[in-house]
Design a binder for this molecule. Sequence first.
Ligand code: ZN
Length: 146
Amino acid sequence: MAYRNVVKDGDPVLRRKSRVVENFDSKLFQLLDDMAETMYREDGCGLAAVQVGVLKRVVVLDVGEGLMELINPEIISEEGEQFEEEGCLSFPGEHCKTKRPAVVKVKAQNRDGKWFIYKGTELKARCFCHEIDHLNGIIFKDRAAE
Ligand code: ZN
């Protein structure tokens, strides 16, 4: 595993749309491992591949329940709303209150290409939304509640 530098505010790559992953190969596994190491070293609860400069639909997250790897994740349902402070490893020191759904269901592939459905509430719901937004070039400040 290796640490990768996190792309910071002002880098136009953060506004680009990531591509669907088609090859579940050693290159993907290396990316996933490196992203997990980077997320833990930076003390974040989620990281999207674009944040290490790779435009692939890959997310890692850990909200205190262990590492999750989400490949080609999509939100399949949303319910309710929540308004909480959010930050981002690409925007150090910046926080703002965002509007997010209270409950989300996400479908995603694992590193073997198998599809799973995950449900998130509270922090996990915010994390799912925040990271999937990154894959579409959206940043948390675009979701500011006020
Ligand atoms: Zn972020």
